[in-house]
Design a binder for this molecule. Structure first.
Ligand code: ZN
Length: 389
């Protein structure tokens, strides 16, 4: 049993007729093998084609040795089928895959960076380069060279070669399969062993747009987009820049300055707020300690760090602080002044243990939490009983 792979001879063939030569099922879904198919089976980093066979959706395509298997949404009884490849999906894969060849060749030509892997998914397209670092200038130069070759619209030649011809070509990517070797060539630029689908000329890739480069161990992962994906990404980025610059009432060119001014202003505001909160806590603590040296309080409109600041001001005035913060869970902050008989850490541990909580700290300051916020008052009552008046 063998499938003639129609996409080798014509990667633009999207409609074809074929005979069913095998049937089975995989993971509960029916599969058919065809005598000929224009469907590309997953391989070489390129995902499988989708489409229909006589109106039945093709969910996945895999090759098993010489045979191409089509996983179907539902059973198909016919012996003769009409295949229709989902063309927008295929074109997208051809743009990304051929763009990858050009980008890998550009990195290798310009800087000797070898591509060690290629990944193409609906969410992203990446290559891993065998180098721990790529500079911004190198990224830009490789992007420029790949785009130059795209805009020159050079012909792409994909063919099976004899071992003798293979020996003549200096391949960027060596074959990983035995037997007949298929080589995808761009004149005077790149020859790679590849079984994928490629357009007739480089211009179809449209545009290659680099997004980011990240170090991954001893390699660098470069993320990029080609053709329709590049246009979509740039459209989304343009919309984002427009909406943010409208919100900040500056032009797109002034965004960077506007954001750094905002951050500076925010830092100043935060510092002034912290200073004000500290002064407020000092006044508050003076008032509380004047009423009694053991201060018990429950709050709900403050942060944990506000509570700790208040506890510090209370102990600085010789008071013991038993404070609770009521939220989804309850939090406790206990603090005692230097030389006090009260050990805040030990007391907090004892109290949270009674109510299924957790926490700890030092003799001077401790904090903890209770999973059940309704136990907060009872926990503070218990703590109050343990502290000598
Ligand atoms: Zn390839």
């Amino acid at each position: 049993m063998q499938t003639e792979r129609l996409y080798f001879a014509d990667p633009y063939l999207a409609a074809f007729r074929a005979r069913v030569i095998g049937r089975d099922s995989r993971e509960g879904k029916p599969r058919v093998a065809l005598d000929r198919s224009a469907f590309y089976p997953e391989g070489g980093g390129q995902p499988s084609d989708h489409g229909t066979l006589s109106g039945v959706r093709v969910l996945d395509v895999q090759s098993d040795d010489q045979v191409v298997w089509h996983t179907l949404e539902r059973p198909l009884d016919a012996h003769e089928v009409e295949g229709a490849v989902d063309w927008p999906r295929r074109l997208d894969h051809m743009q990304q895959h051929h763009g990858q060849h050009l980008l890998s060749a550009a990195f290798e030509k310009l800087f000797g960076f070898r591509t060690v892997s290629f990944h193409l998914s609906p969410a992203s397209v990446t290559i891993d380069l065998a180098t721990p670092a790529v500079s911004e200038a190198q990224l830009a130069a490789a992007e420029d060279l790949a785009n130059q070759v795209i805009w020159e619209d050079r012909p792409i030649n994909a063919r099976f070669v004899t071992p003798e011809e293979l020996a003549q070509l200096s391949l960027r990517k060596a074959p990983v399969v035995d037997g007949a070797i298929r080589v995808v060539s761009v004149p005077e630029f790149d020859h790679s062993a590849c079984g994928g689908t490629h357009p007739r000329s480089t211009g179809v890739v449209g545009l290659l747009h680099l997004r980011r480069a990240d170090k991954r161990g001893s390699d660098t992962r470069v993320e990029f987009l080609c053709g329709g994906r590049a246009a979509k990404d740039l459209r989304a980025k343009n919309a984002l820049v427009t909406s943010v610059s409208t919100a900040l009432t500056v032009g797109p060119d002034e965004l960077e300055g506007a954001v750094s001014r905002l951050r500076e202003a925010e830092q100043g505001t935060r510092q002034r707020l912290e200073d004000a909160m500290e002064r407020l806590a000092a006044f508050e603590a003076t008032e509380l300690v004047a009423k009694g040296s053991v201060v018990v309080g429950v709050y709900s409109d403050r942060t944990l760090s506000d509570l700790k600041a208040l506890a510090n001001q209370i102990t600085a005035r010789g008071g013991v602080a038993l404070l609770g913060l009521r939220g989804e869970k309850a939090q406790l902050v206990f603090a005692s002044p230097a030389g006090s008989a009260v050990n805040a850490g030990a007391l907090l541990k004892e109290v949270v243990a009674q109510f299924g909580g957790k926490g700890g700290g030092q003799a001077a300051m401790a904090q903890g939490g209770l999973p059940d916020a309704s136990k907060l008052d009872a926990a503070l009552d218990l703590a109050r009983e343990r502290v000598p008046a």
